[in-house]
Write a protein that binds this ligand. Structure first.
Ligand code: ATP
Ligand code: GCO
Length: 184
């Protein structure tokens, strides 16, 4: 099973994902670790990433997801995955760039059944407060608006678990665990 924890910068993905990884013993892949340094430098300088900046990064994370699924192992992938296209790239790789149809067919259905998407949802104000209070992270609070501008919350068809970030990390982790147990 692959758990993808998504949401804008500062929504709490690493906090919840790290707790779940420690509790469940699942491998944790921090998406930020797979950004090329140019992307990190761009964000740190206050410039939002473009689709072109993100595509190679998302395809790297797709390769990880595919490898873990082929091995039948459980893993947690932390990735902002702001747009539907980005989530399609994570799940289906390059064929998501070929437009509609990437999520069709038996192979795609197997992929979808092996993945749980958890969306950490909060307001700009809530997350601004948290990012301001956070230290030692490259992401400037000024970039949050661009994150919300790019965000396309998962549609019902994506079958995502949406979590209210006003809850504590442990409470959200328990909600995710319950959803995982229904999938496993
Ligand atoms: N449920 C929560 N309640 C209150 N504060 C939280 C909660 N979850 C995370 N935080 C705090 O909010 C800040 C952002 O959390 P975190 O770094 O996990 O977010 P993120 O989505 O991984 O961010 P990024 O994508 O920028 O790496 C941290 O300082 C963290 O301690
Ligand atoms: O897609 C993006 O714009 C980035 O991945 C951000 O959403 C990350 O959260 C950033 O790496 C800060 O940690």
């Amino acid at each position: 099973m692959i758990l993808i924890i998504m949401g804008v910068s500062g929504s709490g993905k690493t906090t919840v994902g790290s707790f779940l990884s420690a509790k469940l013993g699942w491998t944790l892949y921090e998406g930020d670790d797979y950004h090329p340094k140019e992307n990190i430098e761009k964000m740190a300088s206050g410039v939002p990433l473009t689709d072109q900046d993100r595509t190679p990064w998302l395809l790297l994370l797709h390769d990880i997801i595919q490898r873990e699924m082929a091995a039948g192992t459980n893993a947690i992938v932390i990735c902002s995955a702001l747009k539907r296209l980005y989530r399609q790239l994570l799940l289906f790789g390059r064929c998501a760039l070929a437009g509609a149809g990437a999520g069709a067919g038996a192979e795609a259905r197997d992929t979808l059944q092996g993945v749980l998407l958890a969306f950490l949802q909060g307001s700009l104000e809530q997350i601004q407060e948290r990012v301001r209070a956070r230290s030692g992270h490259f992401m400037p609070v000024a970039l949050l608006q661009s994150q919300f501008d790019a965000l396309e919350p998962p549609s019902p068809a994506e079958n995502a678990l949406t979590l209210d970030i006003r809850k504590g990390p442990l409470e959200m982790a328990s909600e995710i665990e319950r959803a995982l147990s229904a999938h496993l």
